[in-house]
Design a protein around this ligand. Structure first.
Ligand SMILES: [Zn+2]
Length: 287
């Protein structure tokens, strides 16, 4: 996702780190891993996976822990159409509130342990405003799921935490995963804390990016997963089903376009992408 920003950031990053050969070696993803990701249906050519946490970041923002590599099913290529979900979805029993916790930055430069619990690892008011707007956008759809921000991490369904500083510096914007086999949302969003301070994004732009990661957590694939060049540029490329499923959502039209500006397009330009009519249809169908 977010190619425009990632490209800009990684260009700057590479140019200031070009003497550091060790870094490039550390970041090298083994060919055996690339082969497994390819076999599962992920595109590893147009957006190269990077080492991330205890595994790899693929498609720009999907976290695959190393221990999952051998469990991924073989991917299948699917016909082109617009909105897609994973095989696993969040079970709602008709109505489910998904709680999200994000640590809040201490005010007054007081460091860790102050109000909000986040210290310097917390989120600025601008980031929290973006999260709250993303939540409000989902809740306005009157789905069987709704989101609620909570002020304690204990028991929260999803915990949103800062990326490590190195990943923030090299231009990763966010990461998430897909719902569990037992019907729970993916429990962790790792999100950059500098979308406003370094990239100058508006509250709406931040809400679009956080809402995108929330979308993955409840089972949304990239709208243009079948050809991420639609939003990312470059040559046509198929992400494949990644072993997690890419099920066309009935009622959404074939073909995606950058102009339709779905919030689940693979790449962002940092702009505001509120739910379009097809996005709403997709959410309403799933939930
Ligand atoms: Zn994504």
């Amino acid at each position: 996702m977010f190619a425009a920003i990632i490209v800009a950031a990684s260009v700057a990053f590479v140019s200031c780190e070009s003497q550091d050969d060790n870094l490039a070696v550390v970041d090298e993803v083994p060919s055996s891993v690339l082969a497994k990701l390819t076999n599962a249906g992920f595109d590893v050519e147009n957006q190269a996976p990077i080492t991330f946490q205890d595994g790899y970041l693929v498609e720009g923002d999907i976290y695959i822990p190393a221990h999952q590599l051998d469990q991924m099913k073989e991917g299948v290529r699917l016909p082109q159409a617009e909105q897609y979900s994973t095989n696993n979805l969040v079970s709602t029993n008709g109505n489910r509130v998904i709680t999200i916790y994000a640590p809040v930055e201490s005010s007054g430069g007081g460091g860790k342990g102050k109000k909000g619990g986040g210290g310097s690892d917390g989120y600025s008011a601008a980031m929290i405003a973006g999260l709250d707007l993303a939540i409000a956008r989902y809740n306005a759809e009157n789905l069987e799921i709704s989101f609620q921000r909570v002020t304690s991490s204990g028991g929260a369904d999803i915990v949103m935490s800062r990326l490590n500083k190195r990943d923030e510096r090299r231009g990763v914007l966010g990461s998430a995963g897909f719902p569990t086999a037992s019907g729970d949302p993916y429990g962790e969003i790792l999100m950059s804390g500098v979308l406003e301070s370094s990239y100058g994004l508006s509250t709406e732009g931040i809400a679009t990016i956080i809402g995108h990661e929330m979308g993955h957590c409840i089972g949304m694939r990239h709208t243009d997963y079948f050809d991420r060049s639609i939003s990312c540029g470059g040559s046509p490329s198929d992400e494949g089903d990644g072993g997690v499923g890419a099920n066309h959502i009935p009622g959404t039209p074939t073909g995606a376009s950058a102009a339709a500006a779905s919030w689940m397009l693979a790449c962002t330009d940092g702009s505001d992408r509120p739910f379009n009519n097809d996005d709403k249809t997709a959410l309403d169908y799933l939930y």
